[in-house]
Write a protein that binds this ligand. Sequence first.
Ligand code: GDP
Ligand code: GDP
Length: 437
Amino acid sequence: MSLPVVAIVGRPNVGKSTIFNRLAGERIAIVEDRPGITRDRIYCKSEWNGREFHLIDTGGLEFGEQDEILDHIKNQAELAIEEADVILLVTDGRDGVTGNDEEVARLLHRSKKPVVIAVNKLDDIKHEDLMYEFYSLGFGEVIGISSLHGSGTGDMLDAVVSHFQEGTDEEYDEETIRISLIGRPNVGKSSLVNAILGETRVIVSPVAGTTRDAIDTPFESDGQEYVLIDTAGLRKRGKVYESIEKFSVIRAMRAIERSDVCLIVLDGERGIAEQDKKIAGYAHEAGRASIFVVNKWDAVEKDDKTMNYFRKLIREEFQFMSYAPILFVSAKSKQRVHQILPAAQEVAEQHALRISTSVINQVIHDAIMAVPPPSDKGKRLRIHYATQVSVKPPTIVLFVNDPELSHFSYIRYLDNQIRQAFEFKGTPVNIYLRKKN
Ligand code: GDP
Ligand code: GDP
């Protein structure tokens, strides 16, 4: 499902990131519970009145060397126009309308995107009058807020959400495996898409669905329906885009949200980069199944140890994803490209695997017998029972006497025991603790 995108734009210091953090709040807190993952605080999923959306803080983007604030704002606005369904223009009510505000407004007017103006820092009721002059920017919706206190943000979100279009999300049926290829520019994502569609005997549907930011290619192979979500081939235009590394992360992020299986494409020739870890981290956090696809294997100078070396390197660099299988392929020579779809099918099955409560409890019971749970100040963690509450990814809730008594290393131990029993190959497994006396 493709969620609406809301982009926050505006001058520095008007309060964009304060607004972003407020709306991101809960999500970020959850993410921070998991160790070992790099975060990027410019992109998040948020929700208002049951409507989910993606939020981008364009203020957090870096556009390379630039002294001029105005250029920076213009780049933000350009991105927002290209990327967002609704643009939230934030201004500082205490400063009044500035020349830069007018400049951004002019740019935004040229697009057809809906714009909501949030006049921020109206902390006191007596400041309210300050918002009226912002109508002069020529957008119908001007909402006074204080992102510090949270006042007005409800009205602001009502205005934002009112612009979402109903029913534009395309859906594939439950059995269709949605696959995205994610990775840095030039690792070979587009080449792999072509190789997969060309090499393996696939029947590509006559009508290829398209969405705003990706080309979907539905196809069938060996009786299984797939959709390839290709984010790579599109939108390589515009110097702003190419100069922003973070933007490729945003694009990857949106593909991840829509997929069951992420093929994390690495460049065998050039090795692993920091950006690879970030992108993989997003797939992990989003709870998607993943496969590492080391591409350009044809171009790697190798002997009989090279593959093992690379495998070890991946395990070291992506410790949080030890569950993800690794394939070594070449889009160019087509070597092992035919293994990609069967591997995707396998991890997709594991991603959707449901284990009965009695079987899970047996495994947990045995695990507890082998290694007793930790205790703190004489109190020991007691696990009453376990149950799998959802799939994609498999999510297991442990009902315990006191979640505070738990320890990360013990949860990791249980995760290992669960994986030994059920494998859950290629998929993260979420384990949550819930208090029950
Ligand atoms: P950004 O550069 O647009 O992302 O702005 P920030 O979110 O970093 O905020 C800039 C400054 O304005 C910070 O010192 C914030 O604490 C402050 N600020 C943000 N929102 C409000 C508000 O509603 N009222 C007041 N008084 N200050 C605010
Ligand atoms: P993307 O930006 O990730 O979509 O990468 P592309 O598919 O556009 O590929 C980037 C470059 O890598 C192109 O010059 C490709 O020809 C090259 N390339 C892609 N796959 C392979 C491969 O398997 N082997 C070699 N030697 N080059 C490849």
